[in-house]
Design a protein around this ligand. Structure first.
Ligand code: SF4
Length: 296
């Protein structure tokens, strides 16, 4: 197991020690007690990677099949949807995408971002929400650890278009892309915001006027909640599957759920049920479409 400095539980070193697994850190600012450290920089990355692979190969001989169960088969995913790649796939212009939004083939977009949370059955909210949204012709943009959940659920391949509503399905089939586009790690949300900015500029409106939403159904890291605030501050209505630790203050809670609406044009929803969360995000998209004069 190789880690850098994203959200890594220190106890993973001990858990790895229960098996035959070597635990390797790669970032000088995030060393773990008991881990093997490889000081990796771009210049030596290939050499170090070969050394790590050799270590893994050696360790394989120690695997005890009675104790190690690998539960899933590898799955295919289509990834690498930077904004540049999206624009390239669209022929260098946003027009085909905007036309699909205007016609209602794509009713809107929701960025699903973030983690798995041990308080929620693993992947159930991440995958449940994504499936429900694409069914409603709402395209999903995924970043962060939710990607693994979406990939395992078969949502990151073009064939997943069969799980989408007729409009979104048609667009995905025409472009050969999945209905859930993976845009990177959870710190790559700037890409989603940039895309929203480009669309808003093209339509001559504010980001808060767009038929878009954001969600972190299984967030656990404060980083993910902070990213949610970034989305709200940019005018994007944002759903969280669990409340942040603000309930001690009625004022702050009310500001997050309601008060921000008048200031930045968006606020938070908190809803653990993925279908009800889809209803909330869908209602916002419907409202914004109506305000923009787009038919449903
Ligand atoms: S999605 Fe969550 S758990 Fe994964 S790296 Fe981001 S903040 Fe950490």
């Amino acid at each position: 197991m190789v880690v850098d400095y994203q959200c890594i539980m220190p106890s993973l070193v001990q858990i790895s020690g229960c098996y035959h697994t070597r635990f390797i850190t790669t970032a000088g600012k995030a060393k773990f007690t008991g881990a093997t450290h490889f000081d990796i920089h771009p210049e030596n990355a290939m050499q170090k990677a070969l050394e790590i692979v050799a270590m893994a190969v050696d360790a394989y001989a120690e695997r005890d099949p009675a104790r190690v169960e690998i539960p899933v088969e590898p799955v295919e995913i289509m990834t690498g949807f930077s904004n540049e790649a999206v624009l390239e796939a669209l022929g260098g212009t946003l027009t085909p995408l905007l036309d699909a939004v205007k016609s209602g083939a794509i009713r809107g977009f929701v960025g699903i971002v973030g983690c798995n949370n041990p308080k929620i059955k693993q992947d159930s909210a991440n995958v449940g929400l994504a499936k429900e949204l694409i069914k409603r012709d709402i395209m999903v943009l995924a970043t962060g650890c939710v990607t693994t959940a979406a990939g395992k659920a078969g949502l990151l391949v073009p064939e997943a278009a069969s799980m989408a509503g007729d409009g979104l399905k048609g667009v995905c089939e025409a472009l050969g892309v999945p209905p859930v586009l993976h845009l990177g790690s959870c710190v790559d949300n700037s890409r989603i915001l940039h895309l929203c900015g480009l669309i808003a500029k093209e339509l001559g409106v504010d980001i808060s006027d767009l038929p878009v939403g954001a969600s972190s159904p299984e967030w656990y890291s404060e980083k993910a909640a902070a990213i949610g605030l970034y989305a709200v501050a940019s005018g994007i209505q944002t759903h969280l599957g669990l409340p942040p630790n603000i309930l001690g203050s009625e004022t702050v809670t009310d500001l997050a759920l309601n008060g921000l609406q008048d200031i930045v044009g968006a606020a938070f929803h908190v809803e653990p049920d993925p279908i009800k969360a889809a209803d909330l995000l869908d209602a916002r998209i419907k409202d914004r479409r109506t305000r923009l004069g787009l038919s449903e």
